[in-house]
Design a binder for this molecule. Structure first.
Ligand SMILES: Nc1ncnc2c1ncn2[C@@H]1O[C@H](COP(=O)(O)OP(=O)(O)OP(=O)(O)O)[C@@H](O)[C@H]1O
Ligand SMILES: [Mg+2]
Length: 245
């Protein structure tokens, strides 16, 4: 499956607030790409633009599938899900009064996904066995780590090819962060999912990323072709590694 996402010169914002300025990045099939940035720099806004939840003011958002280009800026969020793009939103956004399995079913609300419910459910439970054990537990009573697993599993229910994961580490203990990131790495390696992951946790994100971008004040300030290149970058050293640049 040939898939690639190209974001070019993207501007987006909220009223007078400019959140993205000329953002250009790309993600190719099979990659895990990290979008690194600290609070308020535009990571979620970019994820929401790709998912169709925030409309860009300028620039291009193109998803190419088997040579056919789709202009995401013109599509509804539902149509973008149908193309195989799933967002795991920041803060999980689960239905806390519904059970684990009910939350998973809500991930399969699109017609295309309903066909594959059995297969996707088996896949989600195989990936996160703890969710299978707790199918009937209310989502709000799961631990933070389990809730993050459920949010990712719910996204898997829509048969995604491109998974957008917005800050999976937020609110988790170091051990759970590490486990969650490892799982995301597995989804990519074992099942060929293409992943764009927004993170503040540099050291965890680069454990599984092939390469990454740094976003500061809505602008991509570093586009590194490899993790080594990221670690060697002076801006990265200053922002994340405590070095003097
Ligand atoms: N709905 C909104 N209305 C107004 N301003 C917003 C809205 N959402 C985000 N912003 C602003 O846009 C900028 C980028 O926010 P965004 O949520 O994209 O950053 P982020 O990198 O995801 O931050 P965090 O790591 O805290 O999640 C910030 O200045 C933020 O205050
Ligand atoms: Mg965010």
């Amino acid at each position: 499956m040939a898939l690639s996402l190209a974001v070019t010169g993207l501007d987006a914002g909220y009223g007078a607030v400019k959140a993205l300025r000329g953002v250009t990045l790309h993600v190719e099939a099979g990659e895990t790409v990290a979008l690194l940035g600290t609070n308020g720099n535009g990571k979620s806004t970019l994820m929401k633009c790709i998912a169709g939840l925030v409309r860009p003011q300028r620039g291009g958002l193109s998803l190419s599938i088997d040579g056919l280009a789709h202009d995401l800026a013109r599509l509804t969020p539902e149509a973008i899900v149908d193309l195989g793009v799933a967002l795991v939103p920041e803060g999980r956004r689960l239905f806390s009064k519904l059970t684990v399995s009910e939350n998973l079913m809500l991930g399969a609300f699109r017609k295309a996904a309903r066909r594959d419910i059995d297969r996707n459910l088996a896949f989600a439970y195989e990936t996160f066995p703890v969710l299978k054990d707790r199918q009937r537990q209310l989502a709000g009573t799961l631990s933070g780590g389990q809730q993050q697993m459920l949010a990712i599993a719910r996204a898997l229910m829509s048969s995604p090819r491109l998974l957008l994961i917005d800050e999976p580490s937020v609110g988790l203990s170091p051990l759970l962060v590490s486990q969650t990131i490892t799982k995301i790495g597995e989804l990519n390696r074992r099942f060929g999912l293409t992943v764009l992951m927004a993170e503040q946790n540099f050291n965890q994100a680069i454990r599984i990323a092939d390469r990454g971008y740094i976003i500061v004040h809505g602008e991509i300030v570093v586009a590194a072709g490899s993790v080594d290149e990221l670690q060697d970058n002076d801006i990265v050293k200053r922002l994340y590694l405590g070095g003097v640049a």
